[in-house]
Design a protein around this ligand. Structure first.
Ligand code: BES
Ligand code: MN
Ligand code: MN
Length: 458
C-alpha cells in the first residue's frame, strides 16, 4: 500500500490534467441551459471509471440529471464499498468576482487548484477515482467497488429517492464512502459524523394589483417589501430562536457528554472572524459556534427581491416581493413536516393587507453516523496512517440529502471522509482546493479499503 505515494508522484500531472478536463465542463445543475453539459460531464466520468479499471460503467437516466454507475466485482463473497460523489456544481455567479481565474478555466496557483468544483465535489470525487485507479492497476483491491455519482446534489437530489428505490439490488453495498465534506485543518484530520437536513422555501407577498405611485399611495397601502422584511425579521427572536410554531418539537438535544467532546475540536474565534471579515459572530443563545452549525437548526434568507433595483431612483410602492428562505435541520426533524409548519406560520402572521404564496423547492433529512462501526474504525486508521494522528469526529453544518436516503431506501450507512478546508470557498467565487489535500486524499483512500476489508473479515 505504501506504493501509493510513488504512484501519485509518477502520475500527478495526468491526474490534474484529467481533473481539469472535468472542471472545464460547466455542469451547473440549477440551470436548464446547462443540460447538455450535465450529459457531457457524465460521459467524461464514465470514461474515466472504465480507464481506471472498472468492469463496466454506464450513464443512467433519472427524472433529473443522469447518474453514473460503475462497478468492479472481484469476488461476490467479498464486501462491497460504494463510492458516492456528485459532478454537478453551484452556479458560478457573480462572475466578476472570480479574480484568480474564470470559474470554468481551472489553473494551479500558489499550490492550489482554482475553479468551480475544485473541491465541491469534482476535486474530491476525483481523489476517489484516482485511488481506485491505483488499487486496480496494482492489483491491490481487497473488496468489490461500486460507483454512484450523481448530478443533482446541489439542487436537492430530488430524483434520487426514486432512483435508489428502482435500483436497490444494483446499489447494494456494505458501506458508502463519500468525500464531499471537510476537515478541521490541513494537519487536523476529521471524519464527519453528522450532516444537517434542509428545508428550502420560496415566498411571494402580493399587495396592490400594480406598482403604485409612492406619493399617491405611500403611507396608506401596505408595501409588500416592507411587509416581507418584517415577516422575515420576526422569524427569529432576540435569542436567535426560530419562532415558527412547533419548529423545535422534534429537535434532539445532544447530551452534555457529546457537547464536551465536540468542544475539544480546536477553534480560534479571532481567526474565524478574520477569515470572513466580520466584526462579530451571532447566533442562538447558549451555544458555541461549532454547536450552532453542527447540532442546532438555522434559518437563512438566501435571496430577496422585488420593486425597483435598476440604477437611479424610481418612486413606487411595488406590487410584489419575494424571498428564498432555507432552514438547516437537525436529526429527528422531518423536512416535510417543517415545510408544512413554515407555510402555516407564514400564512398566519401575514397581515390582511397582503396575500402570500408559499412554495417548497426541496428538502432533505439530517444524518448522524455512528462511530462504533467497522467503517469508522477503517476511516480512522486510514487517516492516522497518512496524517500521523487520529481524526476528530465532527458534525458538519452542510447537507447531502442523499445520505439519509441511502440509509432509508437502501439500508446502507455512509462514511464521510472529506478533505476540504473552510478556506476552499465552496459555493463562492474563487473556489479552490490545495494540492496537498488533493494528493493526501488519494493517498489515504486506499488504506480505507484495506482496513475496511480486514475489519469485515473478523
Ligand atoms: N459538499 C456539500 C456539503 C458539505 C460541505 C457538507 C462541507 C459538509 C461540509 C454539498 O455539495 C452541498 O453544498 N450541499 C448543499 C445541499 C443542498 C443544496 C440540498 C448544501 O449544504 O447547501
Ligand atoms: Mn458537495
Ligand atoms: Mn455544494
Amino acid at each position: 500500500m505504501e506504493d501509493i505515494k510513488k504512484y501519485i508522484d509518477t502520475h500527478r500531472e495526468r491526474f490534474i490534467e484529467e481533473l481539469f478536463g472535468l472542471m472545464r465542463i460547466p455542469s451547473v445543475s440549477a440551470k436548464e441551459e446547462h443540460k447538455p453539459d450535465m450529459y457531457a460531464a457524465a460521459e467524461y466520468i464514465k470514461t474515466k471509471i472504465v480507464e481506471a479499471g472498472a468492469d463496466k460503467a454506464e450513464v443512467m437516466t433519472t427524472e433529473g440529471h443522469p447518474v453514473i454507475y460503475g462497478e468492479k466485482i472481484i469476488d461476490a463473497n467479498l464486501p462491497t464499498v460504494m463510492i458516492y460523489g456528485h459532478y454537478d456544481v453551484q452556479p458560478a455567479e457573480p462572475l466578476e468576482l472570480w479574480t484568480v481565474t474564470k470559474a470554468f478555466e481551472p489553473i494551479i496557483k500558489d499550490e492550489k487548484i482554482w475553479g468551480r468544483g475544485a473541491d465541491d465535489d469534482k476535486g474530491q470525487m476525483f481523489m476517489q477515482l484516482k485511488a481506485f485507479e491505483f488499487m486496480c492497476k496494482t492489483g491491490k483491491l481487497p473488496c468489490n467497488v461500486k460507483f454512484m455519482l450523481e448530478g443533482e446534489e446541489e439542487v436537492g437530489s430530488v430524483s434520487l429517492g426514486k432512483f435508489c428505490a428502482q435500483h436497490k439490488e444494483l446499489l447494494k453495498a456494505d458501506v458508502i464512502l463519500v468525500s464531499d465534506t471537510g476537515m478541521i485543518a490541513p494537519d487536523v484530520p476529521s471524519v464527519t459524523v453528522g450532516l444537517r437536513g434542509l428545508c428550502y422555501m420560496e415566498v411571494e407577498v402580493t399587495g396592490p394589483n400594480r406598482d403604485l405611485h409612492s406619493g399617491h399611495y405611500g403611507g396608506a397601502v401596505a408595501n409588500p417589501l416592507n411587509v416581507l422584511c418584517k415577516m422575515i425579521s420576526n422569524l427569529t427572536d432576540e435569542n436567535g430562536h426560530i419562532t415558527i410554531d412547533g419548529f423545535y418539537d422534534d429537535v434532539l438535544e445532544v447530551s452534555a457528554a457529546e457537547r464536551a467532546e465536540m468542544a475539544r475540536a480546536p477553534f480560534d474565534l479571532e481567526k474565524y472572524k478574520k477569515s470572513i471579515d466580520i466584526g462579530d459572530i451571532e447566533g442562538e443563545k447558549g451555544y458555541t459556534t461549532a454547536e450552532r452549525t453542527g447540532i442546532r437548526p438555522a434559518l437563512d434568507v438566501n435571496g430577496i427581491w422585488g420593486g425597483y433595483i435598476e440604477p437611479g431612483a424610481k418612486t413606487i410602492l411595488p406590487s410584489t416581493a419575494s424571498a428564498k428562505i432555507s432552514m438547516r435541520l437537525v436529526p429527528n426533524q422531518n423536512s416535510e413536516k417543517i415545510e408544512k409548519l413554515f407555510e402555516a406560520h407564514f400564512k398566519k402572521v401575514a397581515p390582511k393587507s397582503v396575500k402570500v404564496k408559499v412554495t417548497s423547492l426541496h428538502g432533505g433529512e439530517a444524518y448522524v453516523s455512528p462511530i462504533d462501526t467497522i467503517a469508522y474504525s477503517a476511516a480512522s486508521a486510514a487517516l492516522e496512517q497518512t496524517f500521523g494522528k487520529k481524526p476528530i469526529p465532527t458534525r458538519g453544518g452542510g447537507s447531502i440529502p442523499v445520505i439519509a436516503l441511502f440509509e432509508k431506501v437502501l439500508g446502507t450507512k455512509s462514511i464521510l471522509m472529506g478533505f476540504g478546508l473552510e478556506s476552499d470557498a465552496i459555493h463562492s467565487p474563487n473556489e479552490n482546493f490545495p494540492l496537498f489535500n488533493f494528493f493526501k486524499g488519494i493517498e489515504t483512500i486506499p488504506w480505507f479499503y484495506k482496513y475496511f476489508a480486514e475489519g469485515m473479515k473478523m
